[in-house]
Design a protein around this ligand. Structure first.
Ligand code: FMN
Length: 435
């Protein structure tokens, strides 16, 4: 399975390990002659980088990106784009003492059970450093997504909650905290957590403004389902709730329905998505992020030989992921939205150029191939069944009936019946061969 390939509007393969040579992405299918968004990529990477914060990992990475291919004189050429960020401040020796020991709360144990090998240097691909690729990809969509605005901010960190939202203040502090009245209390709290060699999680609120109604494709590509998957794929994210979320389960229909007037929705309990499709109301959801697993406090665990161990994790780790995860959440939202918008454009036939038409044709051809494959698999199963039950493979009568039914359907659809006969003769011949 291509689990590091994100098949979206901007299909890309992400690669790299925390303490390997580099992190990066390869985008294979991009339109030519687009101005490469150097500034946007740089700004997004700067937002994700651990600040010179007391509560962020002490790893100091410049996170400069290098475009290795696919861009000439500032414009995309239509050829594969490869972007890398070299790992400059990786200190694999920090992890030597832990190389055979599973860190509680981290991915070590389950990944080892799955792959029977783990890159113990900083968690390899389970490290938060993997999110560099997501942030690069998301920042390439800013132009495409205009005028949509994505806003994310913490509602809580550990036991502390914001009581007011002051976006200006949040831009001025390293925790992106939007409440000046208890910021001091928050830093005192985090200092205590740090002194106790522990960590905390928190809740992030996300809002998507200026969003059109109609995005999202029922039933398996619903917008909320796709956003949820995108967000839950970020390490450390443990929950997502749209609108009033879990509270919707305990309030009445008369309280939770968003009533309407000619001016639009009167409230927004549902979070801007109805039936998996954006309603035009602000999309609003909250994300639950767990406490950073790597802590200095003593913990019980086992090693790969099943021996009990006690560990106190050293290394350089975030105390709280919240400020660093905000740009990653934004990137994943952008990727989900771009996908939904591109699909909606195809459906509505809006602003399509030759590449969009070709993309649509490619998708249909792929569907035809998949349908053929399914047909052949079923033919094989029928063959087995016939053999077991001593039924002859050839059944001319049924073939005639099927062809007549297909001709009838083709006529209704306005398709050429000769073409249907020709295709069907080839398909039936292959099916018989497989039986
Ligand atoms: C931006 C970012 C930074 C992270 N930094 C750390 C870290 O310094 N130490 C750590 O143990 N986990 C860190 N994590 C969390 C782990 O990657 C994550 O908990 C781990 O892969 C296990 O996955 P799970 O929590 O989703 O189950 C970070 C995650 C993100 C998104």
């Amino acid at each position: 399975m291509r689990a590091n390939f994100l098949q979206r509007y901007l299909g890309f393969t992400a690669f790299g390990e925390s303490h390997g040579e580099a992190m990066g992405i390869v985008i294979e299918d991009i339109k030519p002659n687009i101005d490469f968004p150097y500034k946007e990529v740089e700004e997004a990477l700067a937002k994700r980088r651990p600040a010179s914060s007391l509560y962020a990992s002490g790893r100091r990475e410049p996170d400069r990106f290098h475009v290795l291919s696919g861009v000439f004189e500032g414009k995309t050429t239509g050829m594969p784009i490869c972007i890398v960020v070299y790992n400059k401040d990786a200190r694999a020796e920090d992890y030597l003492a832990l190389r055979d020991i599973f860190r509680p709360g981290h991915a070590d144990y389950s990944w080892y059970q799955k792959f029977k090998i783990i890159d113990w240097r900083g968690g390899g691909r389970a490290s938060g450093r993997e999110t560099i690729s997501r942030v690069i990809a998301g920042s390439m969509l800013d132009d495409y997504l205009k005028p949509i605005e994505v806003v994310t901010y913490p509602l809580s960190i550990g036991e502390m909650s914001v009581t007011t939202i002051d976006q200006e203040f949040s831009q001025k502090n390293e925790l992106k905290w939007s409440d000046s009245s208890n910021y001091q209390e928050l830093t005192t709290y985090l200092d205590r957590i740090q002194a106790e060699k522990d960590s905390v999680g928190g809740i992030v609120q996300c809002e998507i403004n200026n969003i059109k109604a109609g995005l999202g494709d029922p039933v398996f590509e619903k917008l909320d389902a796709n956003i949820a998957k995108a967000i839950l794929s970020i390490g450390g994210v443990k929950g997502i709730e749209f609108g009033d979320g879990f509270q919707l389960a305990s309030i009445l229909g008369s309280e939770s329905n968003d009533q309407m007037s000619t001016a639009g929705f009167i409230s927004n309990h549902q979070g801007g998505i109805l039936g998996g499709v954006s309603s035009g109301n602000t999309i609003r959801f909250r994300v639950a992020i767990k406490a950073v697993p790597s802590i200095g406090k003593a913990q019980k665990t086992i090693d790969i030989n099943g021996n009990e161990k006690q560990i106190e994790i050293q290394g350089r780790h975030d105390i709280c992921l919240i400020p660093r995860i905000l740009p990653v959440i934004e990137a994943m939202i952008k990727l989900s939205l771009a996908d939904a918008i591109a699909y909606q454009k195809l459906i509505a036939g809006e602003n399509l150029d030759l590449k969009d038409y070709r993309e649509a044709i490619d998708k249909i051809d792929e569907d035809i191939l998949l349908a053929l494959l399914r047909r052949m698999k079923i033919s094989e199963a029928i063959g087995e069944y016939k053999k077991e039950n001593n039924i002859t493979i050839e059944n001319k009568e049924r073939e005639k009936e099927l062809l007549a039914a297909l001709h009838e359907k083709a006529r209704i659809l306005g398709l050429n019946t000769d073409l249907v006969s020709e295709l069907w003769a080839k398909i039936i011949a292959e099916s018989k061969r497989r039986q």
